[in-house]
Design a protein around this ligand. Sequence first.
Ligand SMILES: Nc1ncnc2c1ncn2[C@@H]1O[C@H](COP(=O)(O)OP(=O)(O)O)[C@@H](O)[C@H]1O
Ligand SMILES: [Mg+2]
Length: 269
Amino acid sequence: MTRVIAVASGKGGVGKTTVTANLGIALSLLEEDTLIMDMDINMANLELIVGLEGKQVTLQDVLAGKDNIYNAIYEGPGGVHIVPAGLSLPNLKYIKRERMEKVFDQLIGNVDIILIDSPAGLERDALAAMSPADEMVLVTTPEVTSLTDTLKTKLLAERMGISILGVVLNRDKYDDDFLTPEEVEAIMDVPILCIIPENEDLISFFAHGTPVLIEEPESPVSTTFMELAAYLVDKEYSMPEIPKKSFISKFIDGLLGNTPFKPRKHQGY
Ligand SMILES: Nc1ncnc2c1ncn2[C@@H]1O[C@H](COP(=O)(O)OP(=O)(O)O)[C@@H](O)[C@H]1O
Ligand SMILES: [Mg+2]
């Protein structure tokens, strides 16, 4: 059975795409067959952060009836399947959101998990992105405005029969001017799934299309995403032990010209 999970928030810019991309990669690394669908068609940027920009067939083409969904699925970092929305300004004249239902009919049953990167707000596009979902991960930053908007998203999703898995508190700043995790949990009335601090690396990886989980798999933020993924699929995750090389083996490596192991730089697919 395919699980369809929307990643949503009230406001834009709170980290939905960052969370969706990294969660999708983490689920794939845990051997869950995962597909990420960028349904934020007007503000699409998922493909940029996973280094998949410029693909010929995108969700826009599928919703315009020009191509089929199978031609819009690309392999991304960590083996996650990605459907990019296309970066060009959508030609709304041709895009028929009703075609989305057929797309989901074709995908359901063929993967373990579909993650939806949703548009912000409560308008038509946001509703269209939520409607195929059975479950939802909410994202908020610790500002009151972000939280109140995400609360509205939560209430609407519940009305639509979507089960709320919890909230990711992103860009936490541990500062008096911001809400504490306890306050966020109390106001949202759902569990906090994880807390991701303000993290300069995420901005830099975002800008370069190189996900942190691939570039720095042992970093605290990567571990947080792996733990979140493991929790959502009820699997165990423990950080892999990094084998410490003895002086002798380092010396032999040096003699043989072996370079130390570095995670493979993502080249795009
Ligand atoms: N924890 C974080 N720390 C620092 N910057 C972040 C963090 N999460 C996201 N960002 C940055 O915030 C910006 C908006 O994130 P994005 O994922 O596009 O949000 P949304 O999809 O909700 O609009 C991006 O530049 C991203 O790199
Ligand atoms: Mg986004």
